[in-house]
Design a protein around this ligand. Structure first.
Ligand code: SAM
Ligand code: SF4
Length: 332
């Protein structure tokens, strides 16, 4: 089969992340400006039928996993209707959420086979949580994380580390995995339009491992098997129930094995998180045109490393990374 999802570097794209909305009920400083972002007009946002049609086209061409994200996916009105439609596709369905309203969706997730839930949590301290998210939901989010674990979901916590702010919590986060069978993922802070990125604020893979190695003896820190196409390097402390991982998109990108594509809430394909280039699928879909050729072309033009920012020097150039929209409108 001439697979339209294989690029020039022989990477097969089997994983689609769909952003359901540009809106969010939090305002994480590294992701969103305080006043929110300029939103697309409602008529430019994909309807559930359009999301389903595009998702099915990808599934028909070899996508095996779809993750719903945003903005905050769970604030999309009547999301249950969409989940039901997507659950009929032969794909693994997953979700990334800030967990503020997860308690209302436990039965829905179970009903539609959504087992893998990634939750953002950048601090275990309620005051710091409020500082970073600019909202006062720590207790609710923490309760909801425990609720997910209690209900048997496969939970990963995403923590973006920022120097001098939450990097003193690395060991506290890892200690959570002593009793809880969850995976904590430390994410290197990445540059996007308007997020005031500064390399000096980023906590690197090496710095995180130095902290780990000063707190735990070498024989207690076990490197464990990463899943295929995993973006993270995984570890487990001997005897702990859960594990931790580092996503080092800045200092050590994982582009060679990339199998991901992104679909923004306004129906644009992004072939790389770091690429400012987008290909419009929604307009041709609404005009009744075939979208496969556009998908194929978007994949063909995918660059080898980080949307062309193949060195840290290039990544640091604001004129390169500020052309890319912020995470809440891309869909993280
Ligand atoms: N609202 C949901 C949430 O927070 O999990 C889903 C969308 S959010 C944009 C997806 C992920 O992107 C989150 O885990 C967040 O931490 C991450 N993210 C956002 N901006 C980032 C940045 N500048 N650097 C690294 N990760 C970022
Ligand atoms: Fe919202 Fe998620 Fe961005 Fe935080 S990281 S502002 S929760 S979209």
């Amino acid at each position: 089969m001439n697979n339209i999802l294989t690029d020039r570097h022989n990477r097969k794209h089997t994983y689609l992340r769909i952003s359901l909305t540009e809106r969010c009920n939090l305002r994480c400083t590294y992701c969103m400006p305080e006043g929110g972002v300029a939103l697309s007009p409602k008529s430019h946002i994909m309807s559930f039928d359009e999301i389903y049609t595009i998702a099915k086209t990808f599934a028909d061409n070899g996508v095996t996993k779809i993750r719903l994200t945003g903005g905050e996916p769970l604030i999309r009105k009547d999301i249950t209707v969409l989940l039901k439609k997507l659950a009929s596709l032969p794909v693994e369905l997953a979700i990334t959420t800030n967990a503020v309203s997860v308690d209302r969706f436990i039965d829905t997730f179970k009903a539609y086979g959504i087992q893998n839930i990634n939750v953002s949590l950048d601090s275990l301290d309620a005051d710091k949580f409020k500082q970073i998210t600019r909202r006062n939901y720590f207790d609710k989010v923490y309760y909801n994380i425990l609720l997910l674990v209690k209900n048997g979901f496969n939970v990963k916590l995403n923590a973006v580390l920022i120097k001098g702010f939450n990097d003193n919590e690395i060991i506290d986060f890892i200690n959570l995995t002593k009793k809880l069978a969850i995976n904590i993922r430390f994410i290197e802070f990445m540059p996007f339009d308007g997020n005031k990125w500064d390399m000096k604020k980023m906590v690197s893979y090496n710095e995180i491992m130095n902290v780990v190695n000063t707190s735990f003896s070498e024989d207690k820190v076990n490197r464990i098997q990463d899943a295929p196409n995993d973006t993270s390097k995984n570890y487990k402390i001997e005897g702990y129930r859960g594990s931790f991982a580092i996503i080092s998109s800045v200092t050590n990108p994982f582009c060679d094995s990339c199998n991901r594509l992104r679909l923004t809430a306004n129906g644009q394909i992004k072939n790389c998180l770091f690429s400012a280039k987008e290909s419009d699928l929604l307009t041709p879909l609404r005009e009744g045109k075939a979208i496969e050729p556009i998908i194929q072309n978007a994949i063909k033009t995918k660059l080898k490393i980080r949307g062309g920012m193949d060195t840290i020097e290039k990544l640091q150039k604001p004129e390169l990374h500020t052309k890319n929209r912020n995470m809440t409108t891309i869909g993280g």
